[in-house]
Design a protein around this ligand. Structure first.
Ligand code: WTA
Length: 656
């Protein structure tokens, strides 16, 4: 075993084929059809993408070149002119979709709204005109700091309409985090709301923005547009702050879409690295429009009859690509929900599915694990028979959580699309196509057409089947990030210089460990920063966690390496228990034995700690680096501003 690879120890053998009735009606109907598309996309990538760009999107002017690749910088559809808001709105108005629901929205307190394509178009034009009135021009950046209400999507589309790049900052971020992002983007305008409802509380968004802007904190900001949502009293600064409902009333409903260059900046979205300041991931227009469009259509098998619900927040890439741009470009009905499952309403997601007859449901492993913990009685008490496809994203899904999702939510009838991708990739990279791909619990299966993914060592050599290594992408794709905003050098360093093949080729380094099995299926093993080194074996945390979660007592597990004189590192596991189980020494021993049985003695946890909750990012990913510090008895190092709930760490420290 070389130092530059990762060992894989977990084997999962279950296989689920799509049923023939599903496949017959699907957009991509068979594995053979997928393979044919894939082969075509690899043998002639430019022809493949050009053909889709031509048939799936509307352009004001056709491109002269499909791809200009000056590694690591790519340009797609060079000199093409396009507007993504046109593709998401205007083009549907000349069809029967004009009066189809574009956005169905459900507020946390139970209020709701539906916007047809015609209504959404009108709102977007009006907001775009208000932006112009407030001095925003093509190229000016607009910050968006919003709750999950339709105006968040309206603001994004209004930016796209006039060519003002948006930078959405998740509404759960603090004033400090918001300030740093608005500063880096040099936003001229910020769109916000008085507040939002989340977990039975009011999130005071405007107050946080006031704090970020105080003492001229973000000098570029000239105006703030405030949407009224919660109606609590807020401060409105004369001359700077404007109510949307007041300007809305006078705004014209006509706003022609700006013809944008295919490579014009569409948005900047900040993603936090483990160290240093957040990176502004840059996405441009034409390639992003195409890729999010076609991945939504094929991976979710989208049909006009679907009610599609992605539970992400628009503050994350998932919300950008798969609540707003991908679904609307396809003319789909996209459901937006303001709330989150909460103690006072643990069944709220299932109520929403029942109420609107949701057919496609896309969520994250962290949510699935939370549902498991809340108990099957909640989903079991609702009618979920409208569902036909389930999706997951954000972290590797433990096979047992996958099985629960399949059985309890999907009624064993819905294919699960486990979509592996990143803020940086813009869209799905490795995912099943539900009518074509047989699935294996815990595997994101195969690359999307056009994507050449591989698992390699540090020199870029492919490792063998079932050997772990670094996940890379070997050819540019239309929605790849173009650079780190204002920092080409960081872009190069972070993504293109980790893996250095001898032949000088550029490989995109995703930062994840993975293995490919004998069927060509990819198994994501988590971030390579999280890999442990136990007696010289480099082992991903994910596999040991999945072994723990496969025990009935375990709800969630996070595993880290703890320095150990003999072994280099020893497995240290943090575990939360299912409702009916109590912590005990006997249970610890049982869990250790269970891991040995599932994957072998090498992974036997030296120590297990029971916890009430695990530290997570605001997007629900387990933060293992803090747990590493805790396990090693060190002070916590690194940025804690992206953490969801700081008290979790205090509790873990007290219990140490
Ligand atoms: C992880 C979210 C396993 C992975 C779209 C990746 C996943 C990071 C999966 C990107 C999946 C996302 N299986 N791991 N299906 N999806 N990840 O930028 O580590 O918030 O690198 O984008 O999430 O997270 P990001």
């Amino acid at each position: 075993m070389s130092e530059t690879t990762i060992e894989s120890i977990l084997q999962e053998k279950r296989l689920f084929a799509p049923c023939s009735e599903f496949s017959q009606n699907a957009n991509i109907k068979s594995f053979a059809e997928y393979q044919q598309l894939y082969e075509q996309s690899i043998s002639d990538p430019e022809g493949f993408w050009a053909n889709l760009a031509e048939t799936e999107l509307d352009w004001f002017q056709k491109w002269d070149r499909v791809l200009d690749w000056q590694p690591p910088f790519a340009k797609w559809f060079v000199n093409g002119k396009i507007n993504i808001s046109y593709n998401c709105l205007d083009r549907h108005l000349t069809t029967w979709r004009k009066n189809k629901a574009a956005i169905i929205w459900e507020g946390e307190p139970g209020d709701s709204r539906t916007l047809t394509y015609a209504q959404l178009h009108r709102e977007v034009c009006q907001m775009a005109n208000v932006f112009k009135q407030l001095g925003v021009k093509k190229g000016d950046r607009v910050g968006i700091y919003m709750p999950m209400i339709p105006e968040a999507a309206i603001a994004m589309l209004a930016c796209a309409r006039i060519g003002a790049p948006h930078s959405v900052v998740f509404g759960g971020f603090s004033a400090e985090a918001l300030k740093a992002r608005l500063q880096d983007a040099e936003a001229k305008l910020v769109v916000t709301a008085d507040g939002g409802f989340r977990k039975d509380k009011v999130v005071p968004l405007k107050d946080a923005l006031d704090e970020a802007l105080s003492n001229n904190g973000v000098p570029s900001v000239e105006n703030v547009l405030v949407v009224q949502r919660t109606k609590q009293t807020i401060n409105m600064q004369e001359g700077r702050d404007h109510w949307w409902h007041e300007l809305h009333a006078q705004a014209s409903i006509n706003c022609p879409p700006e013809p944008m260059d295919s490579e014009d900046l569409l948005f900047i979205l900040y993603t936090s690295g483990t160290t240093g300041k957040p990176k502004g991931v840059v996405h441009t227009t034409g390639g992003y429009n195409l890729y999010t469009h076609i991945t939504t259509k094929w991976a979710f098998d989208l049909k006009d009859t679907d009610v599609y619900w992605c539970t992400a927040d628009v503050g994350w890439i998932t919300g950008h690509s798969y609540i707003v741009y991908g679904p609307l470009s396809n003319g789909a009905t996209s459901l937006m929900y303001e709330g989150a499952p909460r103690a006072s309403n643990p069944g709220c997601f299932w109520d929403v599915i029942e109420k609107y007859g949701v057919t496609i449901f896309y969520t994250a492993p962290t949510a699935i694990r939370a549902f498991i913990k809340m108990g099957d009685e909640h989903p079991n008490a609702r009618d979920l028979s409208s569902l036909r496809i389930l999706g997951t994203v954000g972290e590797p899904i433990n096979p047992e959580a996958w099985m629960w999702y399949h059985k309890v939510i999907g009624g064993e009838r819905c294919p699960i699309v486990d979509t592996w991708w990143q803020t940086e990739t813009g869209g799905f990279m490795i995912t099943p196509l539900p009518g074509a791909t047989s699935t294996k619990p815990g595997s994101a299966t195969r690359p999307f057409p056009g994507i050449i993914a591989d698992v390699v060592d540090l020199e870029g050599n492919s490792v063998g089947n079932n050997q772990g290594g670094y996940l890379v992408i070997k050819h540019p794709w239309p929605s790849m990030m173009r650079t780190v905003y204002k920092d080409d050098d960081r872009f190069r360093r972070t993504y293109w210089e980790h893996i250095l093949p001898k032949n000088g080729k550029y490989l995109y380094f995703a930062g994840d460990g993975a293995r490919k099995d004998e069927d060509g299926y990819f198994w994501i093993m988590g971030r390579v920063d999280d890999v442990m080194n136990i007696s010289g074996h480099r082992i991903g945390t994910m596999e040991v966690e999945s072994a723990l979660v496969s025990h009935p007592a375990v709800a969630e597990a996070a595993v880290v390496g703890r320095p150990d004189e003999l072994k280099g590192e020893d497995v240290y596991a943090f575990v939360t228990l299912e409702g009916s189980y109590q912590p005990s020494e006997a249970l610890k021993e049982e869990l250790k034995k269970h891991v040995v049985k599932e994957i072998g003695a090498i992974a036997r946890p030296g120590e297990i700690r029971f916890a009430d909750a695990l530290p997570k990012t605001r997007s629900g990913k387990i933060i293992r680096r803090f747990l590493r510090n805790l396990a090693a008895g060190q002070e916590l190092v690194g940025d804690i501003s992206t953490m969801e709930d700081l008290s979790v760490l205090d509790k873990l420290r007290e219990g140490a």
